[in-house]
Write a protein that binds this ligand. Structure first.
Ligand code: FE2
Length: 338
């Protein structure tokens, strides 16, 4: 069909009108994985809904959402931390999801208490050890690692990482503040070196013999195993995995999840995208591409994940991570965990 315009202005008006009608969903996301790009592009192919992503840190995005409260510029807020979703929800920035599909796919413990967010992937913060050097009894819990037995033999990144804040926040939730201070002090006393580098660097350092033990997020093991460098693949092969317990609970886990922005222009598209992310197909895909755990219990774990052992995730602490986030940072500062 040929369209004729009476003037250039009419042509522009038509074009602007066309753009306004195009289906879209606007994301504020702190995730930085190529897998997301692939998943979003498949979502667009399937639904015709374009996915626009603005990436930044979780707190920066919350600040933006607050400043745009009267005229939201995003439809879906995605973070890789339950604490940030709890914070956004408490600030009144998120609307109820009201989705039967999400309720059916995601266990209740991995959804916001006010139905304002849902997780779509999960990860554990776990222990790796040098397979060739560690013989005999392995530590079983995060608490074990803080004992003097491991003096000078432990690697973990800096306390500025939210992965560590989240771990300590869970320990405050499980054991209380006094025990959490003891734990952080014991851990710090056991460091083989001042915290440096990211999680992958800790595994590389174990492989190099700098220490026998390190704490890292599960999916980094997948990234090393499938890495481009032979050195990284060797580092992965050199370590064994322990899924530690915490007090009377299972392994510390955190999630990636999303919540629909209150007053969002494209809230139904945002819901469709979140429903897509928790669909079995995408859950399997995330496990394969990023080694994150599916949240849907219908999805079988990948062979690599099974090789780590059967995870008993501490889901009880998920909703407390946002409550103890600040307290955790204070304790890190107090005990001198840089
Ligand atoms: Fe990460």
């Amino acid at each position: 069909m040929k369209t004729r315009f009476s003037s250039p202005i009419a042509a522009i008006a038509f074009f602007v009108g066309f753009l306004a009608q195009a289906e879209e969903v606007r994301l504020y996301s702190e995730r930085h994985y190529d897998a997301d790009k692939e998943v979003f592009s498949e979502f667009t192919d399937k639904t015709g809904i374009e996915v626009k992503v603005v990436k930044a840190g979780a707190n920066e995005l919350i600040a933006r959402l607050k400043s745009e409260k009267n005229s939201p510029q995003a439809d879906l807020y995605i973070t890789s931390d339950a604490a940030s979703l709890t914070k956004a929800s408490k600030a009144g920035l998120l609307a109820p999801l009201k989705s039967e599909l999400i309720n059916a796919a995601v266990p209740q413990a991995l959804r916001g208490k006010q139905d304002t967010w849902a997780a779509f992937t999960m990860r554990g913060r776990i222990l790796v050890y040098a397979k060739d050097r560690v013989k005999g009894q392995l530590p079983k819990s995060y608490q074990d690692l803080a004992s003097p037995e491991y003096r000078g033999n432990l690697l973990i990144r800096s306390s500025t990482s939210k992965y560590n804040r989240s771990l300590l926040a869970s320990i405050i939730a499980i054991q209380g503040k006094a025990k959490a201070i003891q734990w952080a002090t014991g851990m710090k006393n056991n460091f083989a070196r001042p915290p440096q580098g990211n999680d992958r660097d800790q595994v590389r350092a174990v492989a190099k013999g700098i220490a026998d033990y390190a704490i890292v997020n599960t999916y980094y093991l997948g990234l090393l195993k499938n890495g481009e460098s032979q050195e990284d693949r060797d580092a992965h092969a050199a370590v064994g995995v322990v899924l530690p317990t915490s007090g009377d609970r299972g392994t510390h886990v955190n999630i990636s999840g999303g919540g629909i922005i209150k007053g969002a222009k494209n809230s139904s598209n945002a819901r469709k995208l979140l429903e897509y992310l928790v669909s079995e197909k995408v859950q399997k895909k995330y496990q394969r591409l990023t080694s994150e755990y599916a949240v849907s219990t219908k999805v079988e774990h990948e062979p690599l994940q099974k090789a780590w052992g059967e995870i008993n995730p501490d889901l009880e602490s998920i909703h407390d991570l946002g409550i103890y986030d600040q307290e955790a940072q204070k304790i890190f500062n107090m005990v001198g965990w840089k």
